[in-house]
Design a protein. Sequence first.
Length: 62
Amino acid sequence: MKVRVTVNGTTAWMEGQSIEYILEQCGYPVESVILLKDGSVVPEDDVSDNDAIELLPVASGG
């Protein structure tokens, strides 16, 4: 699978066997980000080869 990943305004093509693997290569576990495809939130299994996704890190605090 090859996808175009944007994080904090920086875009790169990433390649891996799964979206989980690609996210780990970016330094994010799946449960710590929200995936956007075409501006909509999508589950990780809705990402296909050659998609463009944006990663929004989940922040918590008080």
